[in-house]
Design a protein around this ligand. Structure first.
Ligand SMILES: [Zn+2]
Length: 428
């Protein structure tokens, strides 16, 4: 079975290509506006809620999108209408909970352009998109890594510069051999702690936090400077541009870090023959925090990317045939795995006041999630031996990805001797 994956790459088009990209995005927006106007006009006049197929009608008797009207490939036009229908559907779902949310009503100036396989030709590093009969095709240059690829779908998007999003076929990865179960505790400082009961892996999230702190600080500075000038003035625009650039850059860094973190977690699972990962259910954490927690901690929780990490972990686990199961996380970080007494750790080390167990807090969390899965409750274990943790952190300077690196660009932190190593020696 072949798997498909979306990859993104930044383009560096010359002036002419850039102008053509802009024109095509305007055309795409024109399709959106036409579909939107047609939809609402039909609804107003005839009271009909048009379905997706009738909005996608291309060059039929009703001539919603007559052939010569847009400089786009017919499938590109259809994809815009599909997106519009999908947005309507999604809004309808959200409106059940929150009726204030509006259906798409704004006129668009630009919109992403999508091409399907039939309209794409790749020759070496050149990619050529067809824009319908009689219209000029769009020619772009791909990065070397994408030479002779066969994308299924390509999208031209704007992200402070033109980007291509390509859906390409990827080789099937080896499926895991093994039947062990590992538990995974997600945290803010240590992004992921994994344990199978014997060994443990802790992946640092400090770099991630540093990127977020940098962004918050810079954006706040710029925001303040912007509040002092007249809105839309030249200076304001300049500052706004910088702000957007920083937001975009940090967004990409965060995404990259989240990918590296989850990839190395999966890598560890493959090496240890894990067939099931148990994760704590964190779905309620970001709700009802007002008044309960301080402003700073609330900001941290709201910006903590556990949802993204979970999403990445889920699909990466699926790719290699690992099941992911969620269990309740209540008290897993507080209960002592050896005697079952409850302690509130206030730093990174967990120490039990009852049986004097000292170990890493997130490993305790992961271990308890594991016993939650095994026994359905937190069962104290007299023979609890502290799984030896291995630390991983992401290199501080972002490196170009090299395919030879076995652990996905991660390295083992050297000289990171903590309390845990000492504790594990004494606990044996
Ligand atoms: Zn204890």
């Amino acid at each position: 079975m072949a798997t498909y994956k979306a990859v993104q790459t930044k383009l560096n088009p010359d002036k002419r290509a850039r102008e053509y990209c802009q024109f095509l995005q305007q055309e795409s927006a024109r399709v959106w506006n036409t579909a939107k106007n047609f939809f609402w006009r039909t609804y107003r006049k005839k009271g009909l809620w048009l379905s997706s197929p009738s909005l996608q009608k291309y060059n039929r008797s009703d001539q919603l999108y007559p052939d010569e009207q847009f400089c786009l490939h017919s499938q590109s036009i259809q994809s815009v209408a599909q997106q519009f229908s999908a947005n309507l559907k999604a809004t309808r779902e959200v409106r059940k909970e929150n009726p204030d949310i509006r259906y798409p009503y704004k006129m668009k100036k630009y919109f992403r352009v999508q091409w399907k396989a039939g309209a794409i030709k790749v020759k070496g590093r050149n990619i050529i998109f067809s824009n319908g009969l009689g219209n000029k095709p769009l020619k772009l240059r791909l990065p070397r890594a994408f030479a002779n690829c066969q994308p299924k779908i390509v999208e031209l998007i704007w992200r402070n510069g033109y980007w291509l999003s390509l859906v390409v076929k990827v080789d099937d990865k080896d499926n895991v051999i093994g039947s062990s179960v590992a538990a995974c505790d997600m945290g803010e400082i240590h992004a992921i702690a994994l344990t199978d009961g014997y060994e443990a892996l802790i992946i640092s999230g400090r770099k991630l936090r540093a990127v977020k702190q940098y962004r918050n600080k810079r954006v706040a500075q710029l925001q303040e400077a912007m509040s002092k000038c007249t809105k839309y003035s030249r200076k304001w625009r300049k500052l706004n541009c910088t702000k957007r650039r920083i937001m975009e850059r940090t967004r990409r860094r965060i995404r990259d870090l989240n990918h590296k973190i989850t990839t190395s977690a999966i890598q560890w699972c493959i090496e240890h023959g894990i067939s099931t990962i148990v994760i704590g259910d964190l779905s309620g954490i970001a709700q009802c925090t007002k008044g309960r927690l301080s402003r700073r901690i609330r900001q941290k929780i709201s910006q903590w990317s556990f949802y993204k990490q979970k999403e990445y972990l889920l699909y990466k686990a699926k790719e290699v045939g690992i099941d992911v199961i969620e269990v309740s996380e209540a008290y897993t970080s507080k209960t002592c795995p050896r005697c079952g007494s409850i302690n509130s750790p206030n730093n990174r080390n967990y120490s039990c006041s009852n049986c004097a167990l000292t170990c890493h807090r997130d490993v305790v969390g992961a271990y308890n999630i594991l016993s939650m899965y095994r026994y359905g409750a937190l069962v104290p274990d007299d023979l609890f031996s502290y799984p030896t943790p291995k630390y991983l952190r992401i290199p501080f300077q972002a490196k170009r990805r090299s395919s030879s690196s076995p652990d996905g660009g991660l390295m083992v932190a050297k000289g990171h001797k903590s309390m845990c190593d000492l504790a594990s020696a004494t606990n044996r």
